[in-house]
Design a protein around this ligand. Structure first.
Ligand SMILES: Nc1ncnc2c1ncn2[C@@H]1O[C@H](COP(=O)(O)OP(=O)(O)OP(=O)(O)O)[C@@H](O)[C@H]1O
Length: 339
């Protein structure tokens, strides 16, 4: 773990994630008959994005908050890059673990720049360095610093505030990010946009991320692996989205996948995988290259258009249909061949 000097990499965005291991992790809240989280073992590889899905009250948030010690475990251990989290100092933890929540939690009386700079300031970085970092992060999440840095949270849209939440969590360039339903409170269009931007960012940054969601499609789209949790955070299945869709471990997981598994498999592939014709007209409905085949199809249907613009190229409904058929055939082949 490179906690010797965060300043060394504070201006780069190249830090990759670190492995997270949960061993026998248990939380028993005072006065509760049953533990909220019981004996959870989980190994998350460095640079992987793992999504927790499970019913309300199954212990997702409790498990996540033990990792950054907002909740102290009753027993068990947590290691990041082999080091015991329970033995870390608070400032080490702040530098190592970024945290993004649905309610965002921006301070209303601080400007956007001050909100993003909270952790670097706590870590006593020089003023100039904090300012540079804030600029860099605003660019990274797609906002113009000259427009947004001096504004207050209430002057931003919900989606922009959520981007600031992500920028703030990235401020000290932590190898690990915990994200608790970060896009849950936004409207569907903003949510898709935030997911696409976030995927682009994660491809570049390769943090180790634990991401909680209620939305199974979001889990399929974002997760390298999904942990389907049952009561007390018992892990029902921990696997890639493709494998969970193709071979749910049991009835419980199958109920999460639902009946329309084929449709959900469309979320495994992005429209950027299709070679479009350059020269899309400006008025054509557009999606990002990271949009899933399913989302592209939804936009075509909603807009009544048999063509769509992807990064300035034209993708047709016929191409999309062919990609869907090809992707489905490959997925089926891979999931049968893999086992
Ligand atoms: N501070 C607390 N004291 C006592 N019990 C708690 C406390 N916080 C959570 N619990 C209980 O622990 C269990 C797990 O809660 P937790 O919030 O981790 O679940 P969750 O899966 O994140 O739920 P949701 O999806 O609804 O956010 C629940 O039964 C909850 O009632």
């Amino acid at each position: 773990m490179s906690d010797d000097n965060a300043d060394d990499h504070a201006d780069s965005s190249g830090t990759t994630g670190e492995r997270i291991e949960l061993v026998g992790l248990t939380k028993r809240y005072p006065g509760q008959a049953e533990p909220a989280v019981e004996n959870v073992d989980l190994d998350v590889a460095a640079g992987e994005l793992v999504v927790f899905v499970g019913p309300s009250g199954c212990g997702k948030t409790t498990t996540m908050k033990m990792i950054n010690r907002l909740i102290e475990p009753t027993s068990g251990s947590i290691r990041i890059d082999g080091r015991d989290v329970l033995a870390m100092q608070p400032d080490q933890l702040r530098r190592h673990i970024g945290y993004v929540i649905q309610q965002i939690g921006l301070f209303p009386h601080m400007t956007i720049a001050q909100n993003i700079g909270i952790v670097p300031n706590l870590l006593k970085w020089p003023k100039k360095k904090v300012a540079e970092r804030v600029d860099h992060l605003l660019h990274l999440v797609g906002l113009d610093p000259t427009v947004h840095a001096r504004r207050y949270p209430r002057q931003l849209s919900g989606g922009q505030q959520q981007r600031i939440g992500v920028a703030r969590a990235l401020a000290a360039d932590p190898p690990v990010m915990l994200m608790d339903e970060p896009f849950g409170a936004t409207d569907p269009i903003t949510r898709l946009r935030l997911q696409d931007e976030f995927l682009r960012l994660q491809r570049e940054l390769r943090k180790t991320i634990i991401f909680v969601t209620h939305d199974f499609e979001e889990a399929i789209k974002l997760g390298d692996r999904i942990a389907v949790l049952r009561e007390r955070s018992h892990i029902a299945q921990y696997d890639t989205p493709a494998n969970i869709l193709a071979r749910p471990a049991d009835e419980y997981v199958a109920s999460f996948v639902g009946g329309d598994a084929t449709l959900k498999r469309l979320a495994l592939h992005t429209v950027g995988e299709i070679d479009g014709e350059p020269g899309a007209p400006a008025d054509l409905p557009g999606v990002a290259p990271t949009a899933t085949l399913r989302e592209a199809l939804d936009v075509m249907v909603a807009r009544g258009s048999d063509r769509i613009s992807v990064d300035g190229t034209v993708v047709t409904f016929a191409q999309l249909s062919a990609a869907v058929r090809a992707a489905d055939a490959v997925d089926r082949q891979q999931t049968t061949a893999g086992h």
